[in-house]
Write a protein that binds this ligand. Structure first.
Ligand code: G1P
Length: 288
């Protein structure tokens, strides 16, 4: 069984659900407490043992590349002023040289197309996909749970959680066939079904482990829900041909692609913050 060494993180999305905040900055750089979203997602991947990060960027996303690089003037100034603790925090954001690669999605054709754009950088090996809208603060994170499940059952995996039935139209939804502990075998997957048509209330979370065979399917994948090339549609085809499981990852995920989810993440992580938490919790009580 080949190990999961790489994660594809699509960062080309326009962030329309959180406009105007994302008018001139990438949504992946919006901060939850003191770190940008992308930092949480990369950190979760590292915690899962992943060595190589592949970012699928787009126009106007250059600031993300700068985030993962040295900022010489800033670092020199912090050093000169002996701001050692902050300097250490800043230096931690710079990965080992070559550990982050970039490719570009040249048109917003959908998540499936974004993942397909990473095919040459991934090559012929299984890989993970993490969507940076959704962050998991606790460790071990969801990707670690996925990689552990992969070591047990191999094949392909999607993370899922239960949501109220009226929310199914926002997500990919699975049709469960059988369940063993937190692993589900599926008869299918469907992207953004209306609640009346949804095969279950298990929605797909933005964490995946996929075999490279997905790329051939994505190459031929026609437009699906919303007129976009959907990863879910190609995964649905792969589900018939290869081992495919859904892993139930309950709780602790924040959908920061929505304004409410973003606020909840800031409130929860702020309240749990080692330095700011106590004062912030008192303030939350005061205003509620
Ligand atoms: C994407 C996927 C969807 C998944 C969701 C999780 O949708 O297509 O299957 O449930 O991410 O965040 P998007 O949010 O890009 O519309």
């Amino acid at each position: 069984m080949k190990p999961i060494r790489k994660v594809v993180i699509p960062v080309a999305g326009l962030g329309t659900r959180v406009l105007p905040a994302t008018k001139s900055i990438p949504k992946e750089l919006l901060t939850v407490v003191d770190r940008p979203l992308i930092d949480y997602v990369v950190d979760e991947a590292r915690d899962a043992g992943i060595e190589q990060v592949v970012l699928v960027t787009g126009r106007g996303k250059g600031a993300i590349e700068d985030y993962f690089d040295h900022a010489f003037e800033l670092e020199a100034t912090l050093k000169q002023k002996s701001k050692t603790a902050i300097l250490e925090e800043v230096e931690k954001t710079v990965p080992t040289a070559g550990a982050v690669s970039y490719t570009r999605q040249q048109a917003p054709l959908g998540l499936g197309h974004a993942v397909w754009c990473a095919r040459e950088l991934v090559g012929d090996e299984p890989f993970a996909v993490s969507l940076p809208d959704e962050i998991v603060a606790r460790r071990p994170g969801f990707l670690r749970q996925m990689v552990d499940a992969y070591k047990e059952v191999g094949g392909n995996l999607v993370a899922v959680e239960e949501v109220p039935k009226e929310d199914t139209a926002k997500y990919g939804v699975i049709a469960p066939k059988s369940r063993r502990d937190n692993l589900i075998e599926m008869s299918g997957m469907v992207e953004k079904p209306a609640p009346a048509d949804a095969p279950s209330n298990f929605r797909i979370i933005g964490r995946y482990v996929l075999q490279p065979d997905i790329f051939q399917l994505l190459e031929k994948q026609g437009a699906g829900a919303g007129g976009e090339i959907q990863l879910t549609d190609s995964m649905n085809t792969l589900n018939g041909a290869q081992t495919f499981h859904a892993v139930i990852c309950d709780g602790g995920i924040y959908d920061c692609g929505s304004k409410l989810g973003f606020l909840k993440a800031n409130a929860a992580l702020g309240a749990a913050h080692p330095e700011l938490g106590a004062e912030f919790r008192a303030y939350l009580k005061e205003i509620s």
